[in-house]
Design a protein around this ligand. Structure first.
Ligand code: PGA
Length: 244
C-alpha cells in the first residue's frame, strides 16, 4: 500500500515561516515523491501554504472543522471553508481536541460527515491515554473510538496516536504498534465490512527520522502523522524518504 506521510503543524506558523517551510518542501518534492505527502497548517495560512506548494507533490489539509457548513459559530472554521482555502484533507478527532475540548466520538463522526460532504478526505485520530494502557484497556478504548467516530461508508484514513507518545519523545514499541494496528484493522472491517480492509492506518506520536524506516515497514502501518518533526523541513523530508 502506498504510504501517506502527513505533517500536523498544530498551532505553529506565522505567515513568513509557514511559507518558508512550504517553499523548502516544494523545492524537494516535485514529481512522484514515492509516497503521498500532506501538510496541515493552521487555517490562517492554509491558502498561502497551498499556493506555495502549487505544482509540488505536497497536498494540504486542515486540522479540524465544524459540523455545519456555515452559521453563527464564532471562531470556528467549516469544511467548505477549508476546501475553499485549498485543502483536500482534514485531521479530525485529534487527542488535543478530544481531551482539550471534550470532543466525543459522536461529534467526531458528525465532523467526518461534514468533511466528506465538502469534498475533504478525513484523517480520524484515535489513541489511548497512558492510564488506559496501564490498566489494560488500550485496545477496547481504541476499538470503541473507531466504532463511534467512523460513519458508514467511511473511505478516509485512521491515525493511531497513543496520547502518551504525542510530543513526549516516547514511541510505542514495534510489538504494540503492530498489535494495535491489527486491532484497528479488525474493528474497521467489523464497522465497515470489506471496505475497512483497504483503508490506510497511520501511526503518530513522536515520529522522528531515526526509526521512521523501521516503523513504516511494520505490518498494517500505512504511513505516519508527524507533529514536531514536520516543522523542520530536513526532518520531515527524511521521514518522507524513509517511506518511499
Ligand atoms: P508529535 O505529534 O509528532 O509531535 O508527537 C504528533 C501528533 O500529535 O499528530
Amino acid at each position: 500500500m502506498r504510504q501517506l506521510i502527513a505533517g500536523n503543524w498544530k498551532m505553529n506558523g506565522l505567515r513568513a515561516d509557514a511559507i518558508a517551510l512550504a517553499t523548502a518542501l516544494a523545492a524537494e518534492l516535485h514529481g512522484d515523491a514515492g509516497c503521498d505527502v500532506l501538510v496541515c497548517p493552521p487555517s490562517t495560512v492554509l491558502a498561502a501554504v497551498t499556493e506555495a506548494l502549487a505544482g509540488s507533490a505536497v497536498m494540504t489539509g486542515g486540522q479540524d472543522c465544524h459540523t455545519d457548513a456555515s452559521g453563527a459559530c464564532t471562531g470556528d472554521v467549516s469544511a467548505p471553508m477549508l476546501r475553499d482555502a485549498g485543502a483536500g484533507w482534514v485531521i479530525l478527532g485529534h487527542s488535543e481536541r478530544r481531551l482539550g475540548y471534550g470532543e466525543s466520538n459522536a461529534l467526531v463522526r458528525e465532523k467526518v460527515r461534514a468533511a466528506v460532504a465538502a469534498g475533504l478526505t478525513p484523517i480520524v485520530c484515535v489513541g489511548e491515554t497512558e492510564q488506559q494502557r496501564l490498566s489494560g484497556n488500550a485496545e477496547t478504548v481504541v476499538a470503541a473510538q473507531i466504532d463511534g467516530s467512523v460513519p458508514a461508508g467511511f473511505a478516509g484514513v485512521v491515525a493511531y496516536e497513543p496520547v502518551w507518545a504525542i510530543g513526549t519523545g516516547r514511541t510505542a514499541s514495534e510489538d504494540d504498534v503492530v498489535a494495535m494496528h491489527r486491532c484497528i484493522r479488525s474493528q474497521l472491517v467489523e464497522t465497515l465490512g470489506e471496505a475497512g480492509a483497504g483503508l490506510r492506518i497511520l501511526y503518530g506520536g513522536s515520529v522522528k527520522p531515526a526509526g521512521a524506516a523501521a516503523l513504516l515497514a511494520l505490518p498494517e502501518v500505512g504511513g505516519a502523522l508527524v507533529g514536531g518533526a514536520s516543522l523542520v523541513a530536513a526532518d520531515f523530508l527524511a521521514i518522507i524518504r524513509a517511506a518511499s
